[in-house]
Design a protein around this ligand. Structure first.
Ligand code: IMP
Ligand code: MG
Length: 176
């Protein structure tokens, strides 16, 4: 893809940087409210949530650790249905208020699997914060505890979300 093709493939901005900033601040307040003396463990599900998790982390003003998990389930714009945990965390979750930071709940498969695994490790508390939610796409029963934006069933990129690994670095959410 040349530079012109790259620029032209970004069709329409769906969520602006300003809208994102405002919602991330509110989400930070929500995470802070979960602090009860035990620290927050913010778990960023890579790769998609790296931008959101970094912004969210900086809006959390209570004791907070950050960890990463890699879960893969996507090829191009089609969900493969398979979820593989490629990088896991090795902390005693009973000592933490665990908060998952995810980019999007789409079919729900990724988070359902990740949550099953983490909940079986007896976290002190457990919540899921998802930047985006596409409820129309759900194929398994899953609901995040906190969603910043609910969007229709269109494929979007930016703010961590990719198409074939491109566009993750866009500072806004756009349609291709
Ligand atoms: P799931 O279908 O809920 O398991 O979501 C799997 C992953 O697909 C998400 O974590 C995203 O990384 C990716 N994904 C889902 N919808 C989109 C989209 O519209 N754009 C880019 N990535 C997406
Ligand atoms: Mg993802």
């Amino acid at each position: 893809m040349n530079k012109e093709e790259y620029i032209n493939s970004i069709k329409k901005v769906i969520i602006t940087e300003e809208q994102i900033r405002e919602k991330v601040k509110e989400a930070g307040k929500y995470v802070e409210s979960l602090y009860d003396g035990k620290p927050i463990l913010l778990i960023s599900i890579l790769n998609g949530s790296f931008v959101f998790a970094a912004d969210l982390a900086r809006e959390i003003n209570v004791p907070c650790e950050i960890a990463f998990m890699v879960a893969k389930s996507y090829v191009g714009s089609e969900s493969s249905g398979d979820v593989n945990i490629i990088l896991d965390i090795d902390k005693d979750l009973s000592e933490y208020n665990v908060v998952i930071a995810e980019d999007i709940v789409d079919t729900g498969r990724t988070l359902k699997k990740v949550c099953e695994i983490l909940k079986s490790r007896s976290p002190h508390s457990f919540k899921v914060v998802s930047f985006l939610d596409k409820p129309k796409r759900r194929v398994v029963d899953f609901k995040a505890d906190y969603v910043l934006f609910t969007i229709p069933d269109t494929f979007i990129v930016g703010y961590g979300l990719d198409y074939n690994d491109y566009f993750r670095n866009l500072p806004y959410i756009a349609e291709l």
